[in-house]
Design a protein around this ligand. Structure first.
Ligand code: ADP
Ligand code: MG
Length: 634
């Protein structure tokens, strides 16, 4: 329990004891027979104890109400509570006034604890923050230091059982890593020399020496922790609805209470105190705490539940978007396919096969595109990066670079060759064609082919089962390749040979299609799933941008609204499932709370429900809603 909560609890206990005293004191004028003076003394003593208890437990609520009034925001839950309780004191119902505040505070405390609990369980699930790094000095001695103090390019040692504290590259050793906390994936990942390694994983078996590639603040682990901590920033439509609702609801309820207090006595000669009491009871019942509390809490719990599966959702608005996704657009390379291309043929024109591959690999030596990585792997030799200058990546087309200061190399697709004005020719082999131009002359092509991810077909089926209406694939790759993949996976629509700008245009078209005739807002949401490599504009354009395999890709973590830590496409359906469940819980809470409220409000107006019942109903509903919210976590 936090300090603040302990303080609240103490206040609640003190006020509860005092309330018991108030209830134990003899009541009423003339309770002591003829001694009218003594009766008055008892009453005032009762009043003083009650007032003290009231201020102890509700002083902050009164303070908040006054502060809000001064800021011109009169109608909120604090205002309702204060009006109702001050009114109760005015008509002589001291214990009730104290009790209302007392239970209200108990409700607030429970809410606070529930939020804290879900926050804690999120951060323990995301138990990835490293405590230290073993820094190796130049003389080979080792020193335990704070991860924040390690500079880029330092050598650190990670022993079996330890967390990897910083992103880097393995320079010595081999081991397998547990990435469960990051990805929700239980299979360990093997690493050896020259492999990239990401902070937050746990080293399972061997001793690893790592050259750090980022500072702690820039490392994956910090970025993810940041993201988790700020994930409740974006407000969902449902939460905005609650805020709007409270804005209208509170004044309406206050007005109704005034009418309830005034009309029957004024026009029908009813008793004033009785109707004022009913009006006050009505006010207490009307307090919308259960809604105000449980809706954000449900979203928070849903986001927490998702993070257990390695799905990071950046805000409840995106969770809502996921739940409403109607059309899902996929990038091909790295998203539905593995993005690890095998070189299936090398067809040189004027130079040797080895030279063609070398030129391609050299030009690609700085690119993180899956094609670039595959070409470097096929080349297989260590690249001396000082040989390459003037690198320019042309998104959706390829790359250009100068090798050894003299040779201008272009590596890419048909579009790039046309741009350079270099003649090229087709290949009889199936696959993605990567042309190479050397000093404006066609040097030949390399045929590479990608394989679809093993879970991709099932992922598309799972999305259909979740009720997604349409799946679309957009790719910069050749028509034949794209259409093959789409039909293999059962994707509804496919567009090929697109540049990044064309992809945005396609998104705009799909968005337009989703809108019903004559309306400007579409009902469902448009989601885009990419691997984060050159699809930042599309990720931004979509209602919900999902980046997968984002572990280690900073750009993707930043541009996307939803980040899937590993590259398993099945997680998309999982994310949508979790979001739908969360939204269902939110709706349950809204209707349950409003239903119970309205019923008891009517009973209150009829004089059947008294203030005690009102208080119990309020706390009870809030508690049930909180418990229901926490289900979203599981
Ligand atoms: P996708 O839409 O499948 O993710 P991209 O938009 O990244 O593909 O790229 C589209 C096409 O552009 C690729 O199929 C390839 O032909 C070419 N291309 C892009 N980047 C590179 C690169 N670094 N090297 C070679 N070719 C590239
Ligand atoms: Mg791509």
């Amino acid at each position: 329990m936090e300090k603040k909560q302990k303080y609240t609890l103490t206040r609640i206990i003190v006020a509860a004891v005092m309330l018991a005293v108030v209830l134990a004191l003899p009541s009423g004028v003339g309770a002591t027979g003829a001694a009218g003076v003594a009766g008055a003394w008892w009453i005032s003593r009762k009043l003083w104890v009650a007032l003290a208890a009231y201020l102890i437990v509700g002083g902050d609520v009164v303070g908040k109400a006054i502060k809000n009034i001064l800021h011109g925001e009169i109608f909120d839950e604090n205002f309702l509570m204060v009006v109702a309780t001050v009114g109760a004191i005015a008509i002589g119902e001291y214990p009730e006034a104290v009790a209302v505040m007392l239970f209200y505070q108990i409700g607030e405390l429970l809410e606070d604890m529930a939020v804290e609990k879900s926050r804690k369980s999120i951060s323990s699930l995301m138990d990835i923050r490293p405590d230290y790094a073993n820094l190796e000095a130049e003389d080979g001695s080792m020193q335990r230091v704070a991860p924040e103090s390690v500079a880029i390019g330092s050598t650190i040692v990670v022993k079996p059982g330890e967390k990897v504290p910083l992103d880097g590259v393995v320079i010595e050793g081999r081991s397998s890593l547990n990435t469960t906390a990051l990805t929700g994936e239980s299979l360990p990942r093997d690493v050896s020399k020259d492999d990239k390694i990401i902070s937050g994983c746990i080293n399972l078996s061997g001793l690893l020496k790592i050259r750090t590639a980022s500072t702690f603040g820039e490392s994956t682990v910090s970025k993810i922790l940041d993201l988790v901590q700020n994930s409740d920033n974006g407000k969902s439509g449902k939460e905005k609805f609650i805020t709007r609702f409270a804005k209208w609801y509170t004044p309406i309820v206050c007005g109704a209470a005034v009418l309830l207090a005034v009309i029957p006595p004024l026009f029908f000669g009813a008793e004033w105190t009785e109707w004022i009491r009913r009006a006050l009871t009505f006010l207490v019942i009307s307090c919308p705490c259960a809604l105000v509390i449980s809706v954000p809490l449900s979203f928070f719990a849903g986001i927490g539940g998702a993070s257990r599966h390695g799905i990071l959702i950046k805000g409840s608005n995106y969770l809502e978007g996921l739940a409403n996704s109607d059309v899902i657009v996929f990038d091909k390379t790295g998203t539905l396919t593995k993005g690890t291309f095998e070189v299936t043929a090398v067809h040189p024109q004027v130079i040797s096969e080895a030279r063609l591959l070398e030129m391609a690999a050299l030009a690609e030596s700085f690119s993180s595109h899956p094609i670039a990585i595959s070409l470097r792997k096929a080349y297989g030799k260590v690249i001396d990066s000082s040989r390459i200058t003037e690198v320019e990546e042309i998104a959706g087309c390829g790359i250009s670079a100068t090798v050894d200061g003299t040779d201008k190399v272009y590596v890419g697709n048909d579009k790039l060759m046309d741009k350079v004005g270099c003649g090229w020719h087709q290949c009889h082999k199936e696959g993605t064609l990567i042309h190479v131009a050397l000093n404006q002359e066609y040097a030949g092509h390399i045929v590479i082919s990608d394989v679809v991810k093993p879970q991709a077909a099932e992922a598309i089926r799972a999305l259909k089962a979740e009720g997604v209406r349409k799946t679309v694939m957009l790719t910069g790759d050749r028509k034949a390749v794209g259409e093959n993949v789409a039909s293999e996976l059962g994707i509804d629509e496919v567009r090929t040979e697109l540049l990044p700008a064309d992809k945005v245009a396609e998104m705009r078209r799909l968005c337009g299609e989703m809108k019903p005739e004559g309306e400007s807002e579409s009902k469902g949401a448009l989601a885009f799933v990419g691997d984060g490599i050159n699809d930042a504009p599309v990720l931004k354009y979509a209602d919900v941008g999902i980046a997968m395999g984002a572990l280690g890709s900073d750009a993707a973590i930043e541009a996307a609204d939803v980040v899937l830590m590993d590259d398993n496409p099945l997680k998309i359906a999982k994310a949508i499932g979790i979001s739908r469940k969360t939204l269902k819980i939110v709706n349950e809470n809204i209707w349950f709370a409003i239903g119970v409220k309205v019923a008891i409000m009517i009973l209150g107006a009829l004089g059947i429900a008294n203030m005690w019942l009102a208080v119990f109903a309020d706390v009870g509903v809030a508690l049930l809603c909180i418990l229901n919210s926490l289900r979203a976590m599981r």
